[in-house]
Design a protein around this ligand. Structure first.
Ligand code: DC
Length: 238
């Protein structure tokens, strides 16, 4: 498939899939690394009784399988990696190595490969069909509101300054007992932002109709309260 087709595919497929998903409400929660969007997505889903998918886990699961199969993501490998992506199952999203730092770095590189992104679209758009019937889904990631579900019922874009995000990540790693240096964590956040924003396929960018929440000076409960106000206003849900 050439690049032109890959770029066009997401929107046309999303419209089709959105028709199938007419009965479920879709909330997109996008934003850069360590902005706290995962926590907000989970809490929103819990509050609303929706299913929740952390789409970053899909890219991480591809990295886990690549490592297991000795596939070097540093040198392209679009075909092998997209084959892995196409075969992922929900079980792959609970592998104990998913949160390892090496997997996070690999996922960031793998996520820039258009063929992998394309291969993961189906999983994301069929997620609401995978478990028991649900009223709605919350998907968190980078391109949910722009590519995966351009017609999502509500789009939130959660962000914070690079310094604040690096501090949050630093504290989280310290709490996990890992030996970390703040300057290194900041550099890592900057590198990941760079890759997320500069990649040609589905770069990280707020959808034009996304509600942007800057969480730099807010705690998780405050961000959740703002998100819930928008849920109430836009979707009429309590
Ligand atoms: O959010 P995370 O760190 O678990 O995501 C892992 C990687 O996957 C990260 O580098 C960004 C990428 N990603 C993406 O490109 N698109 C998504 N929808 C979700 C994650």
């Amino acid at each position: 498939m050439n690049k032109k087709n890959l770029d066009q595919e997401p929107v046309s497929q999303a419209k089709h899939q959105n028709k199938q998903a007419d009965e479920v409400i879709v909330i997109a929660v996008d934003g850069p690394t360590a902005a706290g969007k995962g926590t907000i997505a989970r809490k929103l889903a819990q509050h609303l009784g929706f299913a929740c998918l952390d789409t970053g886990l899909l890219y991480r699961a591809v990295a886990v399988k690549a490592l297991e199969n000795k596939i070097n993501w540093e040198v392209g490998q679009a075909i092998s990696l997209s084959t892995i992506a196409r075969k992922l199952t929900p079980l792959d999203l609970s592998h104990p190595a998913l949160r390892d730092e090496i997997i996070g770095r690999g996922a960031s590189i793998i996520a820039a490969i258009p063929e992998v992104r394309s291969a993961l679209l189906d999983f994301q758009r069929r997620f609401h069909l995978l478990g028991k019937p649900v009223k709605g889904v919350v998907l968190d990631g980078r391109d949910i509101g722009t590519v995966v579900y351009p017609d999502a019922h509500l789009k939130l874009f959660i962000t914070a300054s690079q310094q604040v995000r690096a501090e949050r990540r630093y504290k989280e790693l310290l709490n996990r007992g890992l030996p970390v240096i703040y300057a290194q964590v900041l550099l890592d956040v900057q590198e990941r932002d760079n890759r997320d924003q500069k990649r040609s396929s589905a770069p990280l960018i707020p959808a034009t109709d996304a509600i942007i929440i800057d969480s730099s000076s807010l705690n998780a409960d405050q961000v959740l309260a703002i998100a819930l106000q928008h849920v109430q206003k836009k979707l009429g849900l309590p």
